[in-house]
Design a protein around this ligand. Structure first.
Ligand code: GLU
Length: 467
């Protein structure tokens, strides 16, 4: 183990979306750095110039910010470091650990065929030729060992051995001199002082190749920890049909970042049977040894349960802002005073909400503008007898000074008693007149959400002779 403070990193390639697998990898690197008092860095692997637009890079910054994963230094851009990668390739050439390969595309394809038939990896005929033509295109290939094994000592997978004959002489620099992924990643991780490479296990094979490059450069091999893939709820590879895959989609669907952190932490890692935990707890508990190696499965029920938990803990002001954003995104324009209505309503409805979208739905009744349009079903309830009773109820409520849930519950009960009927004879009509048929909390809750003035006005509207 490197005898230095821990330095971890997330090294996403900008593709236009931040996949939740990347988010989970970022989270584990962040947790481990925070757990050990080390550093967490960000490297943008922007070598694919076509995909790496400014917008695609911004998606990653936004995703990290939304997830609340703070980094400890300015991000490193891989494309800007090509000269460092080239220097390392030249060093390997000088050490006899790389060579110029002049195979044409056709020759390479033919060698691939033969290699496959012989059950070995690609070897170029130029491997030991030591040829230096300056008038022919060439790539620089790594001169990998032909015999023996390379062992990846992985904190999650254990020791994983690769036969060197199966590891091809991979290209380090392309014909145009541009570096390839395996070279760039080794040089960057080394120069950024990365001690622990924690990433998806789709890179386990690369870890063997990268180990060989580190060794050839006489650099210390970092500690590897390859994380299990995230699968869909049915155990198959995560795909579009499983619903959201990008961090921004979870945001759009109304999940809170703290719920995402808690949820993603459980995808492949755990602390006993703890399902709900704070960032502080996750940081204090996080050990790579507790990462499991079997694929993790996306579980919407768990995520919804966690999100509901965090919605119930969240500060009301914050939820007012989030719900306001949801209404705005639906082109519903909020008026002055609506924030106060939301602040009264949200505490009464959030227990039943799984997302901020559901929370917004549950506040619609309170934001409706008078006069409400009452659906037939509610108008049908307003028989002459019910109208008479509702108008007495209106006057009873008008005399209420204390407008809180317990006071109003008591007032409704005493009214029903005085009328000699059960609350069931009062509830549906009252609720309908207050909500216009939209989902609403219990009667007393609906009255509190609306406030006294608006509640009485809605009843007046519904009971006026014209209605
Ligand atoms: N850029 C690589 C990816 O997005 C990650 C490389 C690494 O973590 O070593 O898959």
């Amino acid at each position: 183990m490197p005898d230095r403070p821990v330095v971890t990193r997330i090294a996403p390639s900008p593709t236009g979306a931040m996949h939740i697998g990347t988010a989970r990898t970022a989270l584990f690197n962040w947790l481990y750095a925070r757990h050990t008092g080390g550093k967490f860095l960000l490297r943008i692997e922007d070598t694919d110039r076509e995909r790496s637009t400014e917008a695609a890079v911004q998606v990653i910054f936004d995703g990290m910010k939304w997830l609340g994963l703070d980094v400890d230094a300015e991000p490193v851009f891989q494309a800007g470091r090509a000269d460092r990668h080239v220097l390392a390739a030249q060093d390997l050439l000088a050490k006899g650990r790389a060579y110029r390969c002049y195979m044409s595309v056709e020759e390479t394809a033919a060698e691939r065929e033969v290699a496959r038939a012989e059950g070995r990896a690609i070897r170029s005929p130029w491997r030991d030729a030591d040829a230096n033509f300056n008038d022919r295109p060439y790539v620089i290939r790594f001169k990998g060992p032909q015999d023996g094994e390379t062992v990846v000592h992985d904190r999650v997978k254990g020791d994983v051995s690769f036969k060197n004959k199966d590891l091809d002489d991979l290209i380090l620099l392309r014909t145009d001199g541009s570096p390839t992924y395996n070279l760039a990643v080794v040089v960057d991780d080394h120069e950024m002082g990365i001690t622990h490479v924690i990433r998806g296990d789709d890179h386990l094979n690369n870890a063997a190749r990268q180990t060989l490059i580190y060794q050839a450069l006489d650099w210390e091999v970092p500690i590897w920890a390859h994380l299990p893939m995230i699968h869909g709820p049915d155990g198959s590879k995560l795909s579009k049909r499983h619903g959201a895959q990008a961090v921004s989609e979870f945001d759009d669907m109304g999940y809170l970042p703290e719920a995402m952190r808690n949820y993603l932490a459980r995808l492949g890692w755990g602390h006993g049977n703890d399902e709900i935990f704070s960032d502080e707890q996750a940081i204090s508990w996080f050990e790579l040894e507790n990462v499991v190696s079997a694929p993790a499965r996306l579980d919407w029920d768990k995520l919804n349960h966690l999100n509901n938990h965090y919605l119930r803990l969240a500060a009301i002001d914050r939820l007012v802002d989030l719900v306001t954003q949801v209404h705005r995104s639906r082109d519903f324009h909020l008026a002055d005073g609506d924030a106060a209505i939301l602040a009264r309503t949200i505490p009464l409805v959030r227990d039943g909400a799984k997302t901020t979208l559901e929370l917004a739905d549950a506040t619609v009744f309170a934001l409706k503008r008078r006069p409400l349009e009452l659906p037939e079903k509610i108008l049908g309830l307003l028989t002459d007898e019910t109208r008479g009773r509702m108008s007495r109820l209106r006057d009873h409520l008008a005399q209420q000074d204390a407008w809180t849930v317990p006071d109003l519950e008591a007032a409704l009960r005493s009214f029903a008693e005085a009328e000699g009927v059960g609350l069931g004879r009062i509830g549906p009509a009252l609720r309908g007149m207050l909500s216009g048929g939209a989902p609403a909390p219990d009667l007393a809750g609906a009255l509190v959400s609306l406030g006294k003035e608006e509640s009485l006005a809605r009843l007046d509207d519904a009971l006026s002779p014209a209605a």
